[in-house]
Design a protein around this ligand. Structure first.
Ligand SMILES: Cc1cc2nc3c(=O)[nH]c(=O)nc-3n(C[C@H](O)[C@H](O)[C@H](O)COP(=O)(O)OP(=O)(O)OC[C@H]3O[C@@H](n4cnc5c(N)ncnc54)[C@H](O)[C@@H]3O)c2cc1C
Length: 423
């Protein structure tokens, strides 16, 4: 029996209840829209894309009329105008139903969040800002009017994605634009996106490569010289279809600059929470593992016999421990996404690393515990739990804030102030 005032367990209740989280009506409505979409559209398709490692392009086509492709595009440009936190909470709701779609959606949405709300916080000359507004307007119209899908390939298999050296993919300035040459690995949405939001280094003949010269360019998937190669048969997040992209002297017009020169470097240093945007998907997977366990032990998972297992004390203890882990994860993550802003304090940045590490590690820990607690019948491929387990394993590997890098930075930056050495 439920205690007075406690509602019966609802597997589709919001992860963050609007009143408890002090969300305003507009935020709550947008997040609820994502949740309804996830339950209705993503959940029924997730198993097939996982099994076949195919990209769920129809999910993205269905997002267009819902406005979800334009969630972070400013209202003045025809989008839903979500800020950083609202986007993160909406993405967590999608992650509950299909991790691969939520993660790929993040790559797409970042192309609008970084060029929109985030860029508005950064320094530009009035002329640069005017040009940026005109350029991003073109890119927003493609999304709002035509349902264009963008991806975000920055990984190259070297140290660049961790942010320590310049990207090896280079943009050579030429008349009217750039010639882009290079290789991106693990490029989610490869072969499905209409535009690849490529991070590369602008480098004139004979000049040195520098991270300060990072460019963020929209490269049309149809441009001559763009190639998708290699196969994709991974452990988890199989629907992201993150194959390898090759660029060979791809001409990219200057108007396809998604940020003015120097602004990506500025963003990476002054708006570091931009790298926390991979975590919402995994927050959703953590919730999904917990929800599955509760429903399964109550004998309420569709497609399984109505056998209850909740009466065993060991199950009750396991669920209690899962709840403690989930609440700890939610609390820290909510705090971190709430305080994301330009020029955060050192404490806020350290908390963001801690939140990223906690979500990525705990999502998989919760999924592992869910399998152990629910038992053998729960990990059959006819049920979502084993997919959640495999998908959640990928979170702590994702650059630039892998779980290891978060720990590395937390230790170093806690013990050393900027510029301090032991000499
Ligand atoms: C499902 C999935 C989808 C992805 N989608 C995309 C995408 O759309 N776009 C994209 O750009 N990338 C994407 N990635 C790539 C991802 O962010 C990583 O780049 C990729 O997993 C790197 O693998 P690697 O083995 O080359 O890592 P390596 O660079 O070899 O690193 C291996 C490990 O060493 C550690 N390490 C690396 N550098 C440092 C350092 N400087 N200090 C301390 N420790 C370090 C890290 O813990 C890291 O996990 C995706 C990855 C996955 C799993």
């Amino acid at each position: 029996m439920n205690a007075p005032g406690i509602d019966a367990h609802d597997r589709n209740a919001p992860i963050f209840a609007p009143d408890a989280s002090r969300l305003n009506d507009a935020e709550a409505e947008l997040i609820a829209r994502a949740r309804r979409f996830g339950a209705r559209v993503l959940a029924p398709r997730a198993a097939q894309h996982d099994r076949e490692a195919t990209f769920p392009i129809e999910n993205f086509r269905d997002m267009h009329p819902e406005g979800l492709l334009a969630i972070c595009i400013p209202r003045g440009d025809g989008g839903l105008g979500a800020d950083f936190r609202t986007y993160c909470l909406a993405a967590a709701e999608l992650g509950r139903y299909c991790g691969a779609t939520a993660l790929s959606w993040n790559m797409h949405v970042c192309s609008t969040l970084w060029t929109g709300a985030l860029s508005d916080d950064l320094d530009m000359t009035p002329q640069e800002r005017e040009t940026h507004r005109a350029r991003r307007g073109r890119h927003y119209r493609r999304i709002v009017e035509d349902g264009a899908v963008y991806s975000q390939p920055f990984s190259e298999g070297g140290a660049a994605a961790a942010g320590t050296v310049a990207f090896g993919t280079e943009a050579k300035p030429v008349e009217g634009g750039f010639l882009v040459t290079g290789k991106k690995i693990f490029a989610s949405l490869s072969g499905a996106a209409d535009y690849y939001g490529v991070l590369c280094t602008e480098r004139a003949e004979g000049a040195d490569a520098s991270r300060r010269n990072t460019l963020y360019l929209a490269v049309s998937a149809k441009a001559p010289g763009v190639q998708v190669v290699g196969d994709w048969d991974p452990l988890g997040m199989r629907g992201t279809v993150s194959r390898t992209l090759l660029f060979k002297d791809v001409f990219v017009p200057e108007d396809e600059m998604l940020m003015p020169r120097g602004v990506y470097f500025q963003a990476a240093t002054r708006w570091p929470h931009m790298f926390l945007t991979l975590s919402p998907t995994y927050m959703g997977l953590a919730q999904a593992a917990y929800d599955f366990t509760v429903a399964y032990l109550r004998g309420e998972v569709p497609g399984t016999p109505p056998v209850k297992r909740r009466m065993f004390p060991t199950k009750q203890i396991a669920v209690a421990e899962m709840r403690v882990t989930l609440e700890q994860t939610k609390a820290l993550w909510f705090q971190a996404v709430t305080e994301a802003r330009a020029n955060p304090t050192k404490e806020q940045v350290l908390r963001a690393y801690a939140a990223q590490h906690t979500v990525m590690e705990n999502a998989n820990a919760l999924a592992a515990k869910a399998i152990r607690t629910c038992g053998g019948q729960a990990m059959l491929k006819s049920l979502p739990l084993e997919r959640i387990y495999r998908d959640s394993r990928c979170g702590s590997l994702m650059l630039p804030w892998t779980a290891e890098i978060c720990i590395d930075r937390l230790g170093k930056e806690t013990l050393y102030e900027s510029g301090e050495t032991d000499e």
